[in-house]
Design a protein around this ligand. Structure first.
Ligand SMILES: [Zn+2]
Length: 338
């Protein structure tokens, strides 16, 4: 019987519910677009590109609707991070590695250190075999930032070293794709219920007597705003210009992007109590109070600002792609020798 105890201990409350509704994810990406300075590449602001970026905010949730096990296995855990679960796993928030696989391995290592009887029983880990992972949202967001930087590196190199028009257009399309998809995860990160095991009503000890209602998540994701309305123009007026998230005089420094995404998620985790107590006070009931509406608007704004900062920083900090540069130089040479 003992191993069974360890398995059940290991199972994580998984977020089987959605995220901000598509309309709100779209709006987060639109806020982020609004933060970009005029100096930012203009191709992202054409009507088509802006619509594509808004549309792609919903893409990772569309993947959730698929029945493909291999996709669900990796995609489901990218949308949340249950911070409280670290403790039972024997892990500390301020000691986490920014490398996804290393973090996943550290969960197994921590378990093995706690019990010589520990073994991973895959059949008990849910249909998609991932119910032992407390979520990977901060890693996913950092990875998407890396993809965007790579896209900008490629684009800059094509632009500056003789890329053909179609190559430049394709590199721009890749940038638009990553900007849109990564926006989804910035949006999720600003939904406080995506940072906690209390993601859909309070679970376990409940001294503050918060709601245990299993509709709370859907209510915060969109039900409340459908009822209360959202003054998009007022939110867009509060936007500040995107800023560089990180500066260093030493070019060999590695950007601390994971610590930025982790810190962002950690900050939103502090809002879990705030949201539950707002629910308790009635501020989120029906069309809500000014306090309740402001809470929601502030989270959407935070998501859009952070996303805009990530986009802007990826563009500024993307180095040249030297591999591509030398390939373009060889091509140019071969053409001149014809
Ligand atoms: Zn999501």
């Amino acid at each position: 019987m003992r191993p069974f105890i360890f398995f059940s201990f290991l199972l994580i409350w998984h977020h089987s519910v959605g995220a901000w509704d598509y309309e709100l994810h779209r709006f987060v990406n639109q806020i982020a677009l609004k933060t970009l300075p005029d100096s930012f590449p203009a191709f992202v602001r054409t009507t088509e590109a802006a619509e594509r970026i808004a549309y792609l905010s919903g893409e990772p949730d569309r993947w959730r609707n698929s029945n493909e096990g291999a996709l669900k296995h990796v995609n489901e855990t990218d949308h949340f991070f249950n911070i409280e679960d670290l403790e039972s796993l024997g892990l500390r928030l301020d000691e986490l590695t920014g490398f996804r696989e290393e973090f996943v391995a550290s969960i197994v290592t921590a378990r093995m250190q706690k019990s010589a009887l520990f073994e991973l029983n895959w059949a008990s880990m849910g249909p998609n075999r991932n119910r032992w992972v407390p979520g990977l949202l901060p890693w996913k967001l950092a990875e998407e930032y890396g993809r965007l930087k790579s896209g900008f590196s490629c684009l800059k190199t094509f632009e500056q070293h003789g890329g053909q028009t179609l190559e430049i257009v394709n590199a721009q399309a890749s940038v638009v794709q990553v900007m849109g998809v990564m926006g989804h995860f910035a949006g999720d990160a600003a939904q406080p219920l995506h940072t906690t095991r209390h993601y859909n009503g309070w679970v376990g000890l409940n001294p503050s007597r918060y709601t245990t209602n299993r509709t709370f998540h859907a209510w915060i994701d969109g039900g409340f705003i459908r009822k209360s309305g959202l003054d998009k123009e007022a939110i867009l007026r509060r936007v500040r210009p995107a800023r560089l998230l990180w500066k260093s005089s030493n070019p060999s420094d590695i950007e601390p992007v994971f610590s930025l995404t982790l810190n962002f998620v950690r900050e939103q985790f502090t809002q879990v109590d705030v949201f539950y107590s707002a629910e308790k006070s009635g501020a989120l009931k029906g069309a809500g109070t000014a306090v309740g509406r402001n809470l929601m608007e502030t989270q959407l704004l935070k998501a859009g600002q952070f996303l805009g900062d990530l986009w802007y920083s990826a563009w500024i900090l993307a180095p040249k792609d030297f591999f591509l540069q030398s390939a373009l130089a060889r091509r140019k040479l071969a053409e001149s020798e014809k």
